[in-house]
Design a binder for this molecule. Structure first.
Ligand code: GDP
Ligand code: MG
Length: 312
């Protein structure tokens, strides 16, 4: 609050206030979204044990005394085909040039693979500094991390290397201070109380998609898109009424999502409602519908309709 008394230039000059944008990138499933939630202490992006959970670029703002870090959470970078997959990779790669710092995340339990070489090749083409973050150290023996660090630093001139466990919140504070060290002095880009620029209805749709991802096996989640049809607040009754549609590609998938006697859909709905109530701080009334849009993941027009549209 006290910084608000100063003009932008004076604030920067007096406080040495740091700020900038950091893009979290890496292969699918390494824990990028888990890290963003851990940094913010609030769950604004969805996570699951399935690759390709994150489809769009998400923005989260970390406020500290020393500075303000704007994070981009991105879809995993991989080389799988398909319109939706290609869209996701483009979203991630596009951030490279827009940001002050790249946070490249890898997993402690896995060696360097083709995917890493693919990403490193892309990073070599930009001058943006890169910090290497080795996640999931809770899953491995301590002495297995050092050889991995040596292998990675032999491949690319990382500015810093830091091992963490995003899930257990280990090393996250140190990471934040490393990022602040590396960022330039600058203004506050967002007011103190802003955590994200994503509209509440989008986050609501994402929460539902997370519950679908977590409830279903194999390929079905990848065929799912969620749109919120209505989002009505009744503050006097402390109630938020949300109606949303879950889109699938085939009739058989609709059956799976609804489940026997509607049991699956009911579970998805009640888990989503609980998360929404926590995040929005109000009671939520949630209605879900399941609709078939044949082969929407292969249809450019439909992708746009569902918000998977890259501005040229
Ligand atoms: P993303 O695709 O890179 O965004 O990965 P997510 O954040 O969705 O995480 C993928 C899976 O890894 C989820 O099941 C997470 O719970 C799990 N995960 C993330 N960070 C850690 C960690 O530090 N340790 C362990 N054991 N699991 C983690
Ligand atoms: Mg993610």
């Amino acid at each position: 609050m006290r910084y608000r008394l100063f003009s932008r230039e004076v604030e920067t000059f007096i406080m040495n206030f740091k700020s900038g944008i950091v893009s979290i990138i890496g292969r699918p499933n390494v824990g990028k979204s888990t890290l963003l939630n851990a940094v913010l202490g609030e769950k604004i992006v969805i996570t699951s044990d399935k690759p390709q959970t994150t489809r769009n670029r998400a923005l989260g703002v970390k406020h500290t005394e020393r500075g303000q870090i704007v994070f981009f959470d991105t879809p995993g970078i991989h080389d799988q085909r398909g319109l939706l997959n290609e869209y996701m990779v483009k979203v991630a790669l596009k951030t490279f040039k827009e940001v002050d710092l790249i946070l490249y995340m890898v997993e402690a339990g896995r060696g360097i693979g083709k995917g890493d070489r693919f990403v490193i090749e892309k990073m070599e083409r930009v001058s943006t500094p890169v910090i290497l973050c080795i996640n999931k150290v809770d899953l491995v023996k301590r002495d297995s991390v050092l050889p991995l660090i040596t292998a990675y630093t032999g491949l690319f001139p990382f500015k810093e290397v830091i091992p963490i466990s995003a899930l257990n919140n280990e090393g996250v504070e140190i990471l934040i201070s490393l990022l602040l060290d590396a960022l330039p002095e600058g203004p506050r880009y967002f007011p103190d109380d802003t955590v994200t620029d994503m509209p509440e209805r989008f986050i609501a749709a994402e929460i539902i998609r997370e519950k679908v991802f977590r409830a279903l096996q194999q390929e079905v989640p990848y065929s799912v898109a969620v749109l919120v049809d209505s989002f009505k607040e009744a503050p006097e009754r402390k109630l938020l009424s949300i109606a949303a549609s879950i889109y699938v590609e085939r009739e058989s998938q609709k059956g799976i999502i609804i489940g026997r006697g509607g049991k699956m859909l009911k579970g998805i709905g009640s888990r989503a409602r609980r998360d929404m109530e926590r995040l929005f701080g109000t009671r939520v009334y949630l209605e879900l519908f399941v609709t078939v849009k044949k082969n929407w993941t292969k249809d450019g027009r439909r992708l746009k309709e569902f918000g998977y549209d890259l501005p040229q």
